[in-house]
Design a protein around this ligand. Structure first.
Ligand code: CO
Length: 212
């Protein structure tokens, strides 16, 4: 695809939208009211809205390398804050994907320059789950499992924020961990038991008095 193609595609898309609904862009420009916050990987093959069949206005999207939510990253924290407090999304989704280059890179003894500190977040996930991961003899299965464990740990990172703790206390959001399998095209719900996760971690990460 050439740059000129992109603008031609855009014109075609505008024409199609207007043909289906002359008010389409008027409506779109009135504002957004998405129910979902999606935190996914920047990988060009994991096209958030397409794989979910979502329309413009339905999903607030944040993507970075390996779908991380470190609590010292102002970018992801701002997205979470805005989505949870202002857009009042009802569901927060962390979506990883098998064959993730970021995860693969973090599994190797390799200097990747500027990416070292970012990917170190994944090495930390590996260290937390080293026993389970090292017990998996198949490298492919170990790689897949780290993708899943990273999703779980990023859900925990999301829960570490006060914005999300407030929303969970008020029972107005749900957290979901998913994996996209590009080998089949399927979206897989890891069915993370968030209540159980909370019971295990909140004594450490709670940011409010229990009496609050
Ligand atoms: Co990726």
């Amino acid at each position: 695809m050439q740059i000129e193609d992109i603008f031609r595609n855009n014109e075609k898309w505008v024409a199609e939208r207007l043909e289906a609904d002359p008010e389409y862009f008027n409506q779109l420009s009135q504002g957004q009211n998405p129910n979902y916050l999606y935190i996914g990987c920047s990988d060009s093959r994991v096209t958030a809205e397409t794989l979910m069949g979502a329309k413009p206005g339905e999903v607030f999207v944040h993507r970075n390398i390996a779908n991380l939510a470190p609590n010292n990253d102002l970018n992801v924290l701002s997205v979470i804050n805005f989505a949870v407090n202002h857009l009042k999304v009802k569901d927060v989704i962390v979506c990883g994907h098998y064959k993730c280059g970021g995860i693969k890179s973090a599994m190797q003894a390799k200097d990747v320059g500027l990416l070292n500190p970012w990917l170190r977040n994944i090495r930390d996930v590996y260290r937390l789950h080293k026993e389970e991961l090292n017990a998996i003899s198949s490298e492919v299965e170990r790689y897949d499992r780290l993708v899943e464990l990273n999703v779980i740990e990023q859900c925990i990172n999301v829960i570490k924020t006060r914005d999300v703790q407030n929303a969970l206390l008020e029972n107005r959001i749900k957290i979901h961990g998913w994996v996209f399998d590009m080998r089949t095209g399927k979206l897989i719900d890891l069915k993370i038991d968030i209540d159980k996760v909370m019971q295990e971690i909140m004594d450490v990460y709670r940011l409010f008095d229990q009496e609050d």
